[in-house]
Design a protein around this ligand. Structure first.
Ligand code: SAM
Ligand code: DTB
Ligand code: SF4
Length: 350
């Protein structure tokens, strides 16, 4: 049996035993598994855009967008499609292959659906992969988004089932699992992960990864967020997590979900280059690129490009506008992508 066989029956004890390995053994194991599936020097690049900001009715204790906490955030209505397209074009020009649109909703309303599906079609027509995170989805809503061509849906489990009630009370863990099954059933790819550094115990980090790995199918993308502590949220003053525990979380995610993209997500702004390098070695192969996440800062593009150069990393090339078309058109599109990648590096010449 290959060391990266796909399993869905991980026990908490097995996962905790991986976390407890000496760091060198853990990193060696994770990196060896990483190389079996992925180009170890390639990182997929996504750009995030908040398409509807703030005033969310949910009570997620980490979130600056909850209406229940005074975080000084300026709320915004759903963005016009033209504005979203302008942002997507600039993300593509900067080298992003996936465009992720996030809304501070418990769930989308029916009357928003035609608008959202049009947004997906227009972004996809630019030749980018599309992702949305809009809260809970019904089976019909998931089908509508899938039919519009939405590639990925992001919906995080956030933490272990045991710690979940200390973080969110306005929706259940089962609600989240249900949305993930609706997304999977619609044929879209699943992006699901969580947040660490929220005051959870080590066993909760293992529990989160256990839930993700034991889903019927592993999520295609697994974002691992380090809590961004925002003033005004209940988690504002929570103790820092040992950064090496973050690296361990990435490594264990890589080992137990060997074919998934593991995304080094929120929190990079406060990470050193050396910590991020360890995360890439441990199996992270995706990032959010661009100076803003949804509402909080992310590293400047130039800083990321400089780090990529220092580490010899390159961005994954995205699909093309001709994604479903014939091979001649695809070849043409590939040439365009090569140019975009070149521009990515040229723009960041150091
Ligand atoms: N409102 C939708 C929902 O929660 O399903 C989608 C947007 S929500 C902001 C997407 C994810 O961002 C959350 O599930 C959470 O994992 C992450 N997130 C939000 N605030 C964060 C913070 N302060 N630090 C790290 N991750 C955060
Ligand atoms: C995910 O797991 N992380 C991203 C994305 N999915 C939508 C969001 C991070 C948000 C960080 C806080 C903020 O910028 O508002
Ligand atoms: Fe709302 Fe999503 Fe923030 Fe929770 S994480 S408060 S659902 S925007």
């Amino acid at each position: 049996m290959s060391s990266s066989a796909i399993r869905h029956d991980w026990t908490k004890a097995e996962i905790e035993a991986l976390f407890a390995l000496p760091m060198n053994d853990l990193l060696f194991k994770a990196h060896s598994i990483h190389r079996e599936t992925f180009d170890p020097n390639e990182v997929q690049i996504s750009r995030l855009l908040s398409i509807k900001t703030g005033a969310c009715p949910e009570d997620c204790k980490y979130c600056p967008q909850s209406a229940r906490y005074d975080t000084g955030l300026e709320k915004e209505r759903l963005l016009e499609i033209e504005k979203v397209i302008t942002e997507a074009k600039s993300a593509k020009a900067a080298g992003a292959s996936r465009f992720c649109m996030g809304a501070a909703w418990r769930n989308p309303r029916e009357r928003d659906m035609p608008y959202l599906t049009q947004m997906v079609k227009d972004v996809r027509a630019l030749g980018m992969e599309t992702c949305m995170t809009l809260g809970m989805l019904s089976p019909d809503q998931a089908d509508e988004l899938a039919s519009a061509g939405l590639d990925y849906y992001n919906h995080n489990l956030d933490t272990s089932p045991e710690y979940y009630g200390d973080v969110i009370t306005t929706r259940t863990y089962q609600n989240r699992i249900d949305t993930l099954s609706n997304v999977r059933a619609s044929g879209m790819k699943v992006c699901s992960g969580g947040i660490v550094g929220m005051g959870e115990k080590a066993t909760d980090r293992a529990g989160l990864l256990q839930q993700l790995a034991n889903l019927e199918q592993h999520p295609d993308s697994v974002p691992i967020n380090m809590l961004v502590k925002v003033a005004g949220t209940p988690f504002e003053k929570i103790d820092d997590l040992d950064p090496l525990e973050f690296v361990r979380t990435i490594a264990v995610a890589r080992i137990i979900m060997p074919k998934s993209r593991v995304r080094l997500s929120a929190g990079r702004e406060n990470m050193t280059d050396e910590l991020q390098s360890m995360c890439f070695f441990a199996g992270a192969n995706s990032i959010f690129y661009g100076c803003k996440l949804l509402t909080t800062p992310n590293p400047e593009e130039n800083d990321d490009m400089t780090l990529f150069k220092r580490l010899g990393l390159h961005p994954e090339q995205g699909p093309s506008a001709d994604i479903d078309s014939d091979s001649a058109l695809l070849a043409k599109a590939n040439a365009k992508k090569d140019k975009a990648t070149q521009q990515f590096f040229d723009a960041g010449a150091i």
